[in-house]
Write a protein that binds this ligand. Sequence first.
Ligand code: 5AD
Ligand code: SF4
Length: 555
Amino acid sequence: MTNKSTKSVYLETFGCQMNELDSELVAGSLGALGYQFTSQADQADIVLYNTCSVRERAEQKVWSRLGEMKVRKNNQPDLVVGVLGCMAERDGKDLIARMPVVDLMCGPAELDKLPELLDNAVRTKSSLAVNDPEIAIRRSAKQVALQGNASRRSSTLAAAGDSLESLDLGRMISPVDFDGRRSAYVRITRGCNKFCTYCVVPHTRGAEIHRPPQHIIDEIKALADTGIIEITLLGQTVNHYRFEHDSAVTLDGIVQPQKGRTYKGSHNRDAFAGANTTTFADLLYRIHEEVPQIKRLRFLTSYPRDFGDDVLQVIRDCPRICRFIHVPAQTGSNRMLKMMNRGHNIEEYDEFIGRCNEFLHQPEIGRPLMLGGDIIVGFPTETEEDHELTKQLLIRSRYKNCFIFKYSPRPGTVSYDKIPDDIPDAVKKRRNNELLMIQTDISDSIAQDQIGGEFDIFVEGLSRHEHKKRGTDVKPGSGMVGITIGGAEPQAQIAVLDAEIQGPTVQLSGRTDGDLIVFFDVPAVGLQSPNDYIGKIVRAKINAADKLTLAGELV
Ligand code: 5AD
Ligand code: SF4
């Protein structure tokens, strides 16, 4: 059992939304044990980094933070430094050997054990420091919880599932602590089974495990009760969600049809999904029907294969499911796709994008479909012809936004081990810039297309411009969890708004259901205070566009 703590924690998050969610859950469980959180690393008794290994740059940042901690430990021998997440899992014991400053390591699949590890680390550190600060700096009983190579053994998968589930189940949701957030992430799947040759995720996050639908729905209901109106479901290949129920047979031997299996006026294309399977389409439909307080339901990240019409029909027929699909292609070249072991070709990708547009692109009702993508440039052996094919893919797909990454060889992956990283950095850079230029033009043209249209806008807070004016800008990823999660800003910002309103209007910022950012002005003083808009959905007409941001006025 862990003791109640009075220690203060600085927790910094690197990488993806999955990590942001993990950090939030960790912060909740530590908070319940008495730990206080601070956004100032130099004031903390415990410094935790929740790390990302997807690209080398993210890891380098953590190495440099650890270097700073080494210096600090000379003055503060009982400081506890912990590395959580993918870097811990990937580097394992090598990390401690290279950086003895690290007292604690906890892989992403073991985060439910963090409170106990931390308690042990704090106690051994403090007792050492009292007796001999010198020893405390050099030594500590290292606290380590990693999945190691057990992660993919099927015999341990069920146990791993239970342990993983406990972190999400333990989410601290308390209406009393409501901090003004209206947006939250909810995990539906952990891990990945795809093994794209460049990617560390299947190695660090382990085998794919799907959460029971009832747990997901209960969690969303609890979040809705605190005032959350936007949920983003998370999974590495989110549309692969599929939960096999042990038994859907009732005591009298009758097989229960899955609730929500017949969607309004549509038929289910997934012939293999029996009555005791919850598919991704079933899950979306159930959430939409059972938690109507959720006004916006999103999901990240989609995998372009095995995406049936059943899902598209549910999205089309459910007004609160957003018209935004982030579906990475990674490259426009079939040769590259094969080397990447992506498991789909360009023809299948194009077919999918075509089908998405056919089902979901409805600008005439103010709901154009927006797509998002990821591209890797400079994968080994990529030629100018391959690169040209990727340019064509961008032009065809017309993403609202697309992340373009330079290939970064990651130890432990197939491409690192088997294929030399032979594209010079200067070439990667040039190709990256060329793709960025094409994408910027596309994003700009999509924004222009929205002028004159009317949209529902989920109001998130002050616009960046308004923040600047007031000197209240909050840097995303600036450390402490809770500053920005899911893009929403906490109540603290709204309080500032009350105290410092200047000028006749205040510029607010929000998003359309297709994830386009919209700025609009509201009167600073009037019937409705600018505060009252935040966290609500308003209707606005777009009258100008610049790159990805739209400017509108309330209607
Ligand atoms: N190098 C560069 N980009 C990568 N990604 C994943 N692994 C690598 C790598 N080794 C990108 C992919 C993925 C996104 C999350 O990160 O585009 O979709
Ligand atoms: Fe990595 Fe591929 Fe899995 Fe995405 S689908 S997490 S890129 S292995």
